[in-house]
Design a protein around this ligand. Structure first.
Ligand code: SF4
Length: 285
């Protein structure tokens, strides 16, 4: 009742969002000057047939575009051995040049800590892929376990309870096999160095949170979070772990998934079907 009463008071106030206001704001988001192009899927098929690496990249890091002849390219910043989402000043310059050359001068940063060139001509994808391979932006692991979100943690952030980057690094090295990652399918692994949750650990399919236990760094694991339309907060698996245990903990979680999944299930599907118990039993056995 209180909410309804308050709504009665404010619903027609000057802060009401009108369709006119929405149209006014929309006016700032104009389309780039797209060319009228033919779909280039046939040419791409030939190129991907001739080059397996290009085929992998196209399958995993390139998305469909609403305009014929264009594609959406994600420049991944998740190469094993580099902190997730990190760029040097030189790499930022390179991305600015790529945006000018291939995508109407626009590059977008994603909350998953990658960069996107949203409007790339399909007939220039092979050339773009060749350029970015040497720059470190073509790791074809988008949406896999190693495409993780990781906050700066104790290496750089004064608020941290624990370091995040060494945990990400150890997991990247443990799972540095693209074919295995593809077999596992889409998995969101998110790491935060404290409860401020800049790494979105609550909504990771696998979430890792740095905690302080009597002055020492530990890590709490949660499972089943999701930031998609079926949003969920993950459930805490149990007592926290030492840093050196984390790669083994993640491996055991993945093993339980692999042993229990049906052919068409993703990690999240399996977790939702079998629940926390089998994961908990394996990890704390
Ligand atoms: S989650 Fe905590 S440690 Fe990580 S960046 Fe945010 S405030 Fe810093």
């Amino acid at each position: 009742e209180k909410v309804e009463a308050e709504w009665e008071q404010i619903k027609n106030s000057p802060t009401r969002l009108t369709f006119e206001e929405i149209d006014r704001v929309k006016g700032y988001f104009t389309e780039p000057a797209y060319e009228s192009l033919q779909d280039a899927t046939d040419t791409l098929s030939q190129q991907r047939f001739e080059n397996k690496e290009f085929d992998r990249w196209l399958t995993h890091n390139v998305g469909e575009h609403k305009k014929p002849g264009y594609a959406i390219v994600t420049l991944t910043l998740k190469k094993t051995g580099t902190p997730p989402g990190d760029l040097t000043d030189r790499q930022l310059e390179q991305i600015a040049d790529l945006a000018d050359e291939y995508s109407f001068g626009e590059a977008r940063a994603t909350h998953e800590q990658n960069m996107v060139l949203a409007d790339v001509r399909q007939d220039r994808l092979f050339e773009l892929w060749q350029s970015i391979t040497g720059m470190g932006f073509a790791t074809a692991n988008l949406n896999t376990l190693t495409d993780m979100i990781c906050c700066p943690g104790g290496d750089y952030c004064a608020l941290a309870n624990a370091k995040s980057i060494p945990v990400a690094d150890a997991i990247q090295r443990q799972f540095d096999d693209l074919d295995y990652l593809y077999d596992l399918g889409p998995i969101d692994l998110n790491i935060s160095g404290c409860m401020n949750a800049c790494g979105h650990h609550h909504v990771g399919h696998i979430g890792i949170l740095g905690v302080d236990k009597k002055g020492a760094e530990f890590y709490q694991v949660s499972l089943g979070g999701s930031s998609q339309h079926d949003a969920n907060i993950g459930k805490i698996l149990g007592p926290s772990f030492a840093r050196e245990d984390m790669p083994a903990v993640v491996s055991k979680i993945i093993d339980v998934f692999v042993e229990n999944r049906t052919e068409e299930e993703t990690f999240l599907d399996t977790y939702r079907r079998v629940g926390l118990k089998p994961f908990k039993e394996r990890v704390y056995a």
